[in-house]
Design a protein around this ligand. Structure first.
Ligand code: GLU
Length: 579
C-alpha cells in the first residue's frame, strides 16, 4: 500500500473518512504538541476544516506540505516511539517520588524560605519535541545555580574556550558550592561552583564595558528564551535579586579573593561582576521551560520545538562535560556514579537533567538535601535510571543492565531484529538460541506446576505464549513431555523443590544470557503466571524469584507488574511486549 494510504488508514473510520479531531488526537498521542512549528500549516488547515469529514483526497492535500514530519508521527518513528507507554512509566515514577518529604527549603532569603515546599513537578521533552508535564510544572521560581552552566555556555560562545579557561578550571571541586577554596593556580575549580560562576559572570560583564549588569542579564535571558523555544516568558525577579544582594557576603568574599589572586578578566568592576552573577540567579522560569532547555542541550544546541540552533554543538559539549563533573554541588561524583547524566541543580529546588541524544527533563521541588540538591529531584533521577538505560555507561556494549527498558527507537528496532534472528536460529538448531528456548519452556512449566498438576487449559496457555514469543507453536508433545518429566521429579520423594531447582538453573545460566534473552524468559513466565488475569501472592513470589535469578532488577519487575495492573484496569492491551 502506498505510504500516504497507510497514513490515512491509521486515522480513517470504517466509512473511509476521518476528522480533524481524530487526526489531532493521533498527533497528540505521539507526544507532539499541536502548536509544533513543524506542523503549523497542517494545523491551520485542520482548523479551517472544522467538523468537515475528510476523505483520502482531502487528507492527501492536507498533509502534503509537512509530509516528512507527519510520516514520522503517523508511523510512530519519533525518538521515543511508544510515547504513551513511556509517559505512563514516568507518571509511575513521579508518584513513587511524591511522598518524599525529607529536607528543607533553602532559608538564606525569604523568597526561598517561604516557597511552598509541597510543590512537585516533572517536565520532559524529547529531542524530537515530544513533551510530557506532570504536577507543578508552571510554577515560576528563581533558577539560581541552574543559571551557571548557561552563563558558561554564553561565555564560551562570546569569548572562546581558551579565554574562558584562562580564568576558570574544569575540575570537580568536592567542596560546598560556596567554598572559598581555589585551584593551586588560583582559578576557581569549575564554572558550577560560586567562585567559577562569579568569574564567568566577570568575563561576560567585561565583554560589554558599555552596558549595565541588568542589560547584560537581558542578553542571557534571551539565550534562555531560545533554549526553551519561547514556550514561556523568561522572567526576572527584582525581589530575589535584592535579597541575594543583602545576603551576598560570602560571594563578595569570593570576588575579592579572585581579584586579589589572578585578577579579574579585563579588570572588570567587581560590583558589576557580582551584580551580573546574582541577576542570573534571579532569572525565573518554570520546570516546563527548563525541560525544553534541557532538551536543547540534549539535542546539541538545536531547540527541538523551534528547530533553531541556539548554542553551537561545541559549546554544548563543553557545558555538558562541566555539568557532568560538577553540576550537583559536592554530590556530583556520587550523582555521576548513580545517575550518570549531566545535570544542574539550584537552591530554589530545580534540577535540570540531560539524556544526550534522547531528551531533557526538569524537576521542581523545593526541599533540599544537605548538599543543596532537591530531594525529590535527585530521587526522580535515580529512580528513572534504575528503570531505563539512561546512565551513560548503560550503553556499554555487551553489558547487562538488569533488563532496564530503553525507550529509544533504535533500540526498539534492534530488539525486533534480535527476536527475529533468535527465531530463525532456533529453527536451524543454534545452540544459544535453543538454550534460551529451553529455559523459557522450563520456566513456564515450573510456574504452571507450582500449583499442582498441569491441566489441559494450562497447556494451551503455555503453547499460545510459546507461539507468540517464538513465532510458531511448540513441537508436538514437547510441552507435555517436559511437564511430565518435571512432575515425576516432584513426585520423586527426595527430589529438591523443583521451583528452587529452576531458580538455581536460571541463576547459573543467566550469566551467559544477554538482556533480550532474559527478558524473553521473564516475559514467558509472566504471561503464564498472569494468564487468569490476576497475580496471586504466590505467583508474585515466583515472578520475583525468577526475575531475581535472571538478574533483572526489582524496579523493572515493578514496572512490568504496574503495566499489568493498568491493563487489568482496562487501560491498555496486555501483554506489552518489548517487541
Ligand atoms: N544565589 C546563590 C548563591 O550565590 C546560588 C545558590 C545556588 O547554588 O543555587 O549563594
Amino acid at each position: 500500500m502506498d505510504r500516504l494510504r497507510q497514513m490515512f488508514t491509521v486515522v480513517a473510520n470504517d466509512d473511509g473518512t476521518t476528522s480533524a479531531t481524530r487526526i489531532q488526537r493521533h498527533i497528540l498521542g505521539s507526544g507532539i504538541q499541536l502548536d509544533d512549528f513543524r506542523l503549523q500549516t497542517t494545523m491551520e488547515r485542520l482548523q479551517a476544516l472544522g467538523d468537515t469529514l475528510i476523505d483520502f483526497e482531502a487528507f492527501a492535500a492536507l498533509v502534503s506540505d509537512e509530509l516528512l514530519m507527519l510520516n514520522r508521527v503517523f508511523r510512530r518513528e519519533l525518538v521515543i516511539p511508544d510515547w504513551q507507554e513511556f509517559c505512563t512509566d514516568i507518571e509511575t515514577v513521579f508518584k513513587q517520588v511524591a511522598p518524599l518529604v525529607s529536607g528543607n527549603n533553602a532559608s538564606y532569603i525569604p523568597i526561598l524560605r517561604d516557597a511552598d515546599p509541597e510543590k512537585w513537578g516533572v517536565a520532559l521533552c524529547s529531542v524530537d519535541g515530544q513533551r510530557i508535564e506532570i504536577g507543578d510544572v508552571d510554577v515560576y521560581h528563581s533558577i539560581q545555580s541552574v543559571s551557571k552552566p548557561i552563563t558558561y555556555a554564553y561565555a564560551i560562545e562570546k569569548e572562546g574556550t581558551d579565554f574562558v579557561h584562562q580564568f576558570v578550571g574544569a575540575e570537580p571541586s568536592g567542596r560546598p558550592f560556596n567554598s572559598l577554596e581555589l585551584l593551586p593556580d588560583l582559578r576557581p575549580f569549575n564554572p558550577c561552583v560560586n567562585a567559577g560562576a562569579i568569574m564567568t559572570a566577570g568575563m561576560v560583564a567585561s565583554s560589554w564595558p558599555e552596558r549595565e549588569a541588568r542589560e547584560i542579564t537581558t542578553e542571557i535571558m534571551n539565550l534562555w528564551s531560545g533554549l526553551c523555544g519561547d514556550c514561556g516568558e523568561v522572567r526576572y525577579s527584582e525581589a530575589t535579586m535584592l535579597s541575594e544582594k543583602d545576603t551576598a557576603d560570602n560571594n563578595f568574599a569570593i570576588a575579592y579573593l579572585l581579584r586579589g589572586g589572578r585578577g579579574l578578566p579585563r579588570d572588570v568592576d567587581l560590583h558589576k561582576m557580582l551584580d551580573l552573577y546574582l541577576s542570573c540567579c534571579s532569572i525565573e522560569m518554570t520546570a516546563s521551560m527548563l525541560a525544553v532547555a534541557a532538551a536543547t542541550l540534549a539535542n546539541g544546541g538545536v531547540c527541538p520545538i523551534t528547530g533553531r540552533q541556539v548554542l553551537s554543538t561545541e559549546a554544548v559539549k563543553k557545558t555538558l562535560s562541566v555539568m557532568q563533573a560538577a553540576g550537583m554541588y559536592d554530590n556530583a561524583g556520587v550523582f555521576t556514579l548513580e545517575v550518570g547524566l549531566p545535570a544542574k541543580s539550584g537552591v530554589a529546588g530545580a534540577v535540570l537533567t540531560v539524556v544526550p541524544n534522547l531528551m531533557g527533563f526538569a524537576t521542581f521541588s523545593p526541599r533540599l538535601d544537605p548538599c543543596g540538591n532537591s530531594v525529590r529531584g535527585v530521587a526522580f533521577c535515580r529512580q528513572l535510571v534504575e528503570l531505563f538505560t539512561f546512565h551513560i555507561y548503560d550503553s556499554l556494549s555487551g553489558g547487562r543492565t538488569g533488563c532496564k527498558r530503553d525507550p529509544r527507537a533504535s533500540q526498539h528496532n534492534r530488539k525486533q531484529r534480535d527476536l527475529s534472528d533468535l527465531r530463525w536460529a532456533v529453527s536451524h538448531g543454534d545452540r544459544y538460541a535453543l538454550k534460551v528456548r529451553d529455559l523459557l519452556l522450563e520456566s513456564m512449566v515450573a510456574i504452571t506446576l507450582a500449583d499442582g498438576e498441569i491441566e489441559e487449559p494450562e497447556l494451551e496457555t503455555m503453547a499460545e505464549t510459546y507461539a507468540e514469543i517464538m513465532g510458531h507453536p511448540p513441537e508436538h508433545g514437547e510441552l507435555q513431555a517436559m511437564a511430565l518429566s518435571r512432575q515425576s521429579q516432584i513426585e520423586a520423594i527426595d527430589s529438591p523443590d523443583p521451583f528452587e531447582q529452576l531458580l538455581q538453573h536460571l541463576a547459573t545460566e543467566q550469566l551467559q544470557l544477554d538482556d533480550n534473552a532474559r527478558e524473553l524468559i521473564l516475559e514467558a513466565a509472566f504471561r503464564v503466571a498472569c494468564a487468569d488475569g490476576e497475580i496471586e501472592p504466590e505467583e508474585d513470589v515466583q515472578l520475583r524469584g525468577i526475575a531475581g535469578a535472571l538478574g533483572i532488577s526489582e524496579g523493572v519487575l515493578e514496572l512490568e507488574i504496574a503495566r499489568f495492573q493498568r491493563q487489568r484496569a482496562g487501560e491498555r492491551a496486555f501483554p506489552v511486549s518489548p517487541w
